[in-house]
Design a protein around this ligand. Structure first.
Ligand SMILES: Nc1ncnc2c1ncn2[C@@H]1O[C@H](COP(=O)(O)OP(=O)(O)O)[C@@H](O)[C@H]1O
Ligand SMILES: O=C(OP(=O)(O)O)[C@H](O)COP(=O)(O)O
Length: 399
């Protein structure tokens, strides 16, 4: 893979960088800027080299059309603060505003294109549509740098197709991530424990089949645990449930048993009447979630159980908060998992936290980042890497 240095003298050249700026927001306030900070080494090195830096990124999952709540405006403002120089936000992705913004860039200046997922071609399954967006992006730049580690598992126009349309290089964040994650894939020390949670259930259930062949123990929390409880025949009230995945989960449970891999499920759940910060919380047994209730966190017994299954790990990977940690009353499970990982790290384990929200949770809940061996900016991306899958946004750079 070419690095930025291999691109030669970049002074005055337009360099398009794909970053992952999918940060958590409360309205227009960024609640954790970790992903923006993680992008700084690459962006600063391009600024120092005198390049005209054009950044493309997404925020959330808009439906292929502009939506104010998914505007990258808060990101442009924060990026400007962190770089110490204003970052112009183009009003569109590859249209007139983007062209004018790029044309006005001076050497060492940075501009951000509006949310690339406002263009339906970005996530299209139709290759020719993606290629047409990549061609539009390519007109805005001389070189492409892939630095959005959190999206390298997506075969999307600004991640994959663009790398075939411009001379390309890998950014320093992607390189750093790959180096750290390799430590968990090349002969991981055992026990190897994987903790899963979060809300991207259908995405992340898919990794379990492969992880069963690699890990010794899988702990299931967050939104995905309810599909497991349903697979065991329990009712889950109004909790997050992927009904069409129940059979697949039954298969994972059977495969894990055959392979001697332990699947640890919560024994109690913190439920509420509504998905709200102030909805009163009650603890119920995992096999007795009442109708109408929503599971928003793992319960106190499960927190102890999870901690005991994490502390003796020699390699531990965690993706996906154990509960809705953004609501204080439902942050206990996530806190317990994070603390157990910190304890495992001090016992000598190699520990990885991955994912936009999981990494944000660690910082928002006040944990010292130094308590973990590696905090990855990618959740789905790091899981797919650990599964041993080829990641399109990285593989394409070797093409
Ligand atoms: N029981 C639950 N029900 C609904 N959402 C949940 C539950 N547990 C955790 N979550 C949510 O999962 C979100 C993060 O999921 P995800 O995007 O998959 O993680 P990451 O960004 O770390 O990869 C958080 O916003 C959290 O509130
Ligand atoms: O937040 C992200 O991934 P993550 O939640 O797996 O860490 C990335 O920005 C990818 O977003 P996507 O899962 O909508 O493609």
């Amino acid at each position: 893979m070419k690095t930025i240095k291999d691109l030669g003298d970049l002074r005055g050249k337009r360099v398009l960088v794909r970053s992952d700026f999918n940060v958590p927001l409360d309205g227009t306030t960024i609640t954790d800027d970790g992903r923006i900070r993680a992008a700084l080494p690459t962006l600063s090195s391009l600024v120092e080299a005198g390049a005209k830096v054009v950044v493309t990124a997404h925020l959330g999952r808009p439906k292929g059309a502009p939506e104010d709540k998914y505007s990258l405006a808060p990101v442009a403002a924060r990026l400007g603060e962190l770089l110490g120089a204003p970052v112009t936000l183009a009003k569109d992705t590859v249209g007139e505003s983007a062209k004018a913004t790029v044309a006005a860039l001076g050497e060492g200046e940075v501009a951000l294109l509006e949310n690339i997922r406002f263009d339906p071609r970005e996530t299209s399954k139709d290759e020719s549509e993606r290629q047409s967006l990549a061609a539009d992006l390519a007109e805005l730049a001389d070189f492409y740098v892939s630095d959005g580690f959190g999206v390298v598992h997506r075969k999307q126009a600004s991640v994959y197709d663009i790398a075939l349309a411009l001379p390309s290089a890998v950014g320093s964040l992607v390189l750093k991530e790959v180096e750290s994650l390799k430590k968990a894939t090349d002969n991981p020390e055992r026990p190897y424990v994987v903790v899963l949670g979060g809300s991207k259930v259908s995405d992340k259930l898919g990794v379990i089949g492969n992880l069963i062949t690699k890990a010794d123990r899988l702990l299931i929390g967050g939104g995905m645990l309810f599909t497991f409880l349903a697979a065991k025949g329990y009712s889950v009230g109004n909790s997050l449930l992927e009904e069409d995945q129940i059979d697949a989960v039954k298969g994972y449970l059977a495969d894990a048993e055959k392979a001697g891999v332990e699947i640890v499920l919560p024994v109690d759940i913190l439920v509420a009447d509504e998905f709200k910060a102030d909805s009163p919380a009650t603890v119920v047994a995992a096999d007795a979630i009442p109708d109408g209730k929503i599971g928003l966190d793992i319960g106190p017994e499960s927190q102890k159980l999870f901690a005991s299954k994490i502390v003796d790990a020699k390699t531990a990977v965690w993706n996906g908060p154990a509960g809705v940690f953004e609501f204080e009353a439902f942050s206990g499970g996530t806190r317990a998992v994070a603390q157990a990982l910190v304890d495992a790290t001090s016992n000598g384990a190699f520990t990885i936290v991955g994912g936009g929200d999981s990494a944000a949770a660690v910082r928002i809940l006040g944990f010292d980042e130094a308590g973990f061996s590696h905090i990855s900016t990618g959740g789905g991306a790091s899981l797919e890497f650990l599964e041993g899958k080829s990641l399109p946004g990285i593989a394409v750079l070797d093409a």
